[in-house]
Design a protein around this ligand. Structure first.
Ligand SMILES: [Fe+2]
Length: 504
């Protein structure tokens, strides 16, 4: 809002509570202070004033000074953590062994033809995955179906462009490839096998790539089988080093609800300063991944200011930089952005740059979102998880209480963000969001709810948050699980979660 508009807005808000703003008021002093907070304080100041209540320039100036002071007190203060002299972390004895496997960052512009290139690459990449199934050979381009007579069995692959329920209660799905489109019917039939197929069809989402075996019947293919690309069984890796990876995300530094005390306790714990039975585990941590929404950002939603303890985006990152410097230097830290961070919102997102955050630590690596990171041969696919919102909305029985179920659906579809438009995507020549390489661990955040599961041998983890429950989450009925840090022990090949709420 421009300064002058801010003044008009403040005049309106004050007049609603019968307070007049003095004519000489200088609007430039407002800065980015939330008007509602100012109004609240003016009401308090003028509550005993006679009938004619006037807020002067000095009144507002004093109030803004008070608000700034309050915010400063709420903002996290720089901390210094020293490593305990009795702490002998085993992780320090091992050489770091990691690879950051950035996928192609080849970008094209946003024109229609580029979207065609983008979707064709998605289709071809997932067709290749279907080709490894071996159960069926997919030989038919959609265009060739015209030449076939009724009753012929075909196996086709395409991108879903539409899904509707017909008048008769059947599900009709339109799929496309580079040559044509086809209408697939899933009949609402009480017959057991067809009923299952119909239920599966209710999970079909727009823009994903599916395969269908069915019979041609006039302008339709009557579906007999529905296939998602899915993942093969992933074999357990054998890692002899007894070290671990800690996974966190959604710290939301700068928010009034950032749980600074608990976060500081985690830093103390990493430095061996907390005497708990998990001290040995703290010493095993050799890697840490921070999965986005590092800071709360500014202007992410209307009225965001009133939820912020730090109004300056650079200061938000400065606080994070201070925290990073308190992580023991033998721990390699990988940091990717999320939708609250101050980089391009469209995915794939570039890494946080030195223009935003000034960190000169050899053990800290800023990486794009998403990214594959390999540590001692263990492959971790890490993605902030913005697409989980549209997945949870679109697939029956998904919920914010179980992000791991939505993550399994993502794996089955072999795409990190299948629903186009659910969150914005940059059309790249190669669809970098295709899961072409099945990881050992799939890590996401965004939902602020911890979740751990295993699917076909792949470990699935949502690393929760360090932000307390927000007003929005209360309204939506979402219950976050802040300050729970999942830790993957490589030798044991499993997770342990440390709760920095209750164990400390
Ligand atoms: Fe978040």
């Amino acid at each position: 809002m421009a300064g002058h508009d801010l003044k008009i807005e403040l005049v309106k808000k004050l007049s609603k509570v019968n307070i007049i703003l003095s004519a000489d008021f200088d609007y430039s002093i407002i800065g980015n202070i939330d008007l509602d907070v100012i109004v609240e304080k003016v009401i308090e100041l003028k509550k005993d004033a006679p009938m004619l209540k006037i807020a002067t320039n000095d009144d507002i100036k004093n109030i803004i000074d008070i608000i700034k002071k309050e915010l400063m007190q709420k903002a996290p203060q720089p901390i210094e953590v020293n490593r305990s002299s009795t702490f002998k972390p085993i992780a320090e004895e091992f050489e770091a062994n990691y690879k950051i496997m950035n996928k192609s960052k080849d970008r094209t512009g946003g024109t229609v033809s580029d979207f065609v290139v983008y979707f064709n690459d998605r289709l071809n990449a997932i067709k290749e995955i279907f080709a490894t199934h071996r159960k069926y050979s997919i030989t038919h381009n959609l265009e060739t179906l015209k030449n076939y007579t009724d009753g012929r069995e075909v196996v086709v692959v395409g991108i879903v462009s539409n899904k509707i329920t017909t008048k008769n209660g059947n599900i009709m799905v339109v799929i496309e490839d580079a040559t044509d489109e086809s209408k697939i019917m899933f009949m609402n039939n009480p017959n057991n096998e067809l009923k299952k197929l119909f239920e599966s069809a209710s999970k079909i989402i727009n823009d994903e790539v599916i395969a269908i075996r069915g019979k041609i019947s006039g302008p339709f293919i009557i579906a007999r089988e529905l296939l998602w690309p899915d993942i093969p069984i992933k074999e357990r890796k054998t890692i002899t080093e007894d070290i671990a990876v800690a996974l966190i995300s959604d710290t939301h530094i700068g928010s009034k609800l950032f749980m600074e005390r608990n976060f500081s306790r985690m830093l103390e714990w990493l430095n061996g300063n907390v005497d708990t039975k998990s001290k040995e585990l703290a010493g095993k941590i050799k890697y840490m991944i921070v999965g986005g929404d590092i800071v709360d950002g500014i202007g992410v939603y209307p009225g965001h200011d009133r939820d912020l303890a730090i109004l300056d985006i650079y200061k938000q990152y400065e606080v994070f930089a201070n925290f990073l410097s308190e992580i023991p230097e033998y721990i390699q830290v990988f940091v990717l952005p999320g939708n609250h961070d101050a980089v391009q919102k469209s995915e794939p997102q570039p890494e946080l740059g030195s223009d935003l955050i000034n960190v000169k630590l050899d053990n800290v690596h800023f990486v794009p979102n998403p990214n594959y990171i390999s540590v001692h041969g263990l492959e971790i696919l890490t993605y902030h998880g913005t697409s989980l919102d549209s997945i949870i909305r679109s697939i029956p029985n998904m919920s914010y209480a179980k992000p791991e179920s939505a993550m399994i659906e993502i794996l089955k579809r072999r795409h990190l963000s299948p629903i186009y438009g659910g969150n914005t995507i940059v059309p790249t020549r190669y669809d970098t969001l295709v899961i072409d390489n099945v990881p050992d661990i799939l890590h996401m955040g965004h939902i602020h709810k911890n979740g751990i599961d295993e699917y076909h041998g792949v470990h699935i983890v949502n690393s929760g948050t360090f932000q307390d429950r927000t007003e929005y989450q209360i309204k939506q009925g979402h219950i976050p699980t802040p300050c729970n840090v999942p830790i993957f022990e490589m030798k044991k090949y499993g997770f342990t979660t440390i709760n920095f709420n209750s164990e400390f």
